[in-house]
Write a protein that binds this ligand. Sequence first.
Ligand code: NDP
Length: 329
Amino acid sequence: MKKPVKVAITGAAGQIAYSLIFRVASGSLLGPDQPVILQLLEVPVPEVLEKLKGTVMEVDDCAFPLVHSIEIHSDPMSGFEGTDYALLVGARPRGPGMERKDLLTANGGIFGPQGKALAAKASKDVRALVVGNPANTNALIAATAAAKGGLDPKQIHAMVRLDHNRAVSQLATKTGVHGNDIEKVIIWGNHSSTQYPDISHTTVGGKAAKSLVDQAWVEKDFIPTVQQRGAAIIKARGLSSAASAASAAVDHVRDWALGSNGKWVSMGVPSDGSYGIKPGIVYGYPCICKNGQYEIVQGLSVDEFSRARMTVTENELREERAAIEDLLA
Ligand code: NDP
């Protein structure tokens, strides 16, 4: 058996975590021969910690062969001790009458200290994925704090993989193929309704997607459906998406850690000037992962239609950044 690795999950009593913890424990994240130590973090509220204990009882009851041990924490300084992979799910939800700036600032108060704790306590090679919204800007705040403690901002990502998976599924249904036959889908920008799901370079069974669907469908159906899928699920289920968000988080971290086998995956990573997106935000890009590292796919053509949409979502992220600029100092 391999040496166990430490996987931290914040918001561990929440609904996404209720799916995520079991996927990680069963080996979906790091493979069927990799034991894990689960570091579960929650807010220091007795009722929430009690609820988390109930989840831990259920994990115990699964008798998962790969679970080495389970820890419960309410302080990231203890919860991130030696962490190899961190799934940052817990975030402050928007309350009634809450302005976007207030939401961003409230989350800054969570993700700044978590970034600091990752740098102080986690493995120097830690890989962290921010799921909690507003995920891109939360990741920027965490990465900025972590960089002050010596981590590379490239070690902290934001999740746009759920949007990527939704785009694959919509296109597969439209073209009558399995999602496995679809490659090179891109989600550019923010995990929000300004995201740009792009099929300009996508292939369906080796053929250009653009030759199989018309532009009117892309503009009026595909893009809005992917952008607003979260709201559609809330309407149907009466609750926000949870299992699909957890599944996408598993996909993101597994591909990052174990490689994407040459496939393009969409990841929210620090902008580095690629495709004209200047540094300073965490932006969804097409990436290929190998040997535990990601690289942004380079050299793609960007037409006017795509450029306009990439700029809208970039501008939203710059506005989000401006709202919390003081937290980055
Ligand atoms: P969920 O588990 O449903 O969601 C957690 C976060 O994931 C939210 O920010 C949510 O955003 C976000 N998210 C990102 N992508 C998606 C998606 N596709 N679908 C749905 N959500 C998505 O929230 P719960 O309220 O059930 O649980 C959150 C837990 O986090 C609570 O137990 C709370 O105590 C804890 N928490 C922990 C904190 C900490 O660690 N310091 C701070 C605050 C809360 P959105 O809000 O936009 O739906």
